[in-house]
Ligand binder design. Sequence first.
Ligand code: GLN
Length: 545
Amino acid sequence: MMAKFIFVTGGVVSSLGKGMSAATIGALLKARGFKVRIRKLDPYLNIDPGTMSPLQHGEVYVTEDGAETDLDLGHYERFLSQNSHSSDSISGGKIYYNVLMKERRGDYLGATVQMIPNVTDEIKEFISSGMLGEDFVICEVGGTVGDIESLVFLEAIRQYANDIGRRNAMFIHVTLLPYIDKVKELKTKPTQHSVKNLLEKGIQADMLLCRSTKPFSEGEREKLALFCNIERSNIIPAIDVDSVYKLPELYYTAGVDQRVLEHFNIKSEDYVPDMNKWEELAKKIDSLKDKVNIALVVKYGDASDAYKSLNEALHHSAWAENLDINIKWINTETLENTDDMDSFFRDVTGIIVPGGFGERGTVGKMKGISYARVSNIPYFGICFGLQLAVIEFARNVVGIKDANTTEFEHPCSPVISLMTEWISKGEIEKRSQDSDKGGTLRLGSYPCRIVENTLAHSIYNTEFIHERHRHRYEMNTNYEAAYAEKGLHVTGRSPDGVLPEIIELKTHPFFLGVQFHPEFKSTPFKPHPIFSNFLRAAKRAEKQK
Ligand code: GLN
């Protein structure tokens, strides 16, 4: 069958969970046996989100093939249990960059370069590029209808739908029905305006996903159908749920996938959905037994969007272990001016220091690591969390007082230092302190070989693994022997032996640091073994209390 395109836009306000909606629709179509791909078009002008603060835009998600993308790609991977590609995410900045590069190269010689057709063509090329025989391509357009940046993207998807034929394209608009307490009513007017705004751009929405805290009445559905010019049955309630993993069932019950298939004239009886795994997951989430308390020592308070994949990975593993996880977000700066670590960590049996950049907050993070090391509390350091564990160990156990990372101090004993050269996909990559900041990290999947008879080996149960990376600095192997003498060992490294990937403390119940980001590969149906093992260790520690 020729690929069908579903365009997901958002109206009224941002943060409506368009990404979750796109992921859920994808999951439902996949449950019916279709081959699905989801793509994200972000209108902002950064080339990619790699240089944006995660506080503004949520975490930077990294794909297997090394693209720094929007966090929504993480939702897509977790919901579809399949890898996204670097070609599944593009920003306005990258689109304009491509167009301007083409102009310089002379690709448009003689022509005036314009929004239409040059920029719109570039967007359309992205929408249809690199297809792998998919039945459905879901394209989520970031931002909110009405944003200046979004305009040319809306024009491009309008044109695209016209090019492939209206019956091969569907426009789904995610919107908000605010509840006004005083009159005890859900309000439809902002949605009517948003749909009209889309219509001005030549796009008639085919379906509304109405986010609200309460279900709407038949009267409200009637009103929306009338004013938005949309079939009644395509006006779908999307009320808040306590876990996003309940969305597939919710949308399925509301008939979303059924209506999508009807839109495309596909007989739904020929594609019976298998919703079993989603039903079981939802049941599991509601019947967890033991509690486990884990501290996350972070720079951005409890901004869980900034640590989205980590938060999700912890939950996937907790559910698989039948544990009700409570995450205690500890703002690292609150640890800086006190030595009373007990008051912060007394009630947890596991400590995580996740990935991070820059010096701010590192003193507190290292205090947390010291506490975990000395008090035998399970510790799991991810990327920066490994690097800081190495610095802490070098300073406090080996006695190298000026041990540091060259990321923020020169001169020092560089126990973590800039990697100036490495091999990626058979080619030599080079970096220096002055290299550009954007897109120049060690990114994406790299292999690692694990030493036998180690904690890492018992976790993975195999010798070779592949994990995703996003960092510029590496552990300096010149100090390795000194660490080993005191019990800290490198138990995983790149197959050529050059780059340390995993460290562990032999004399500790669970003290593990990894240079990569395992959280990017966890899905609800395939939790990551490090998180599962870490939580098991935390549960054991809970019992010993
Ligand atoms: N800032 C460190 C580096 O660039 C760690 C990065 C990370 O934690 N993702 O190497």
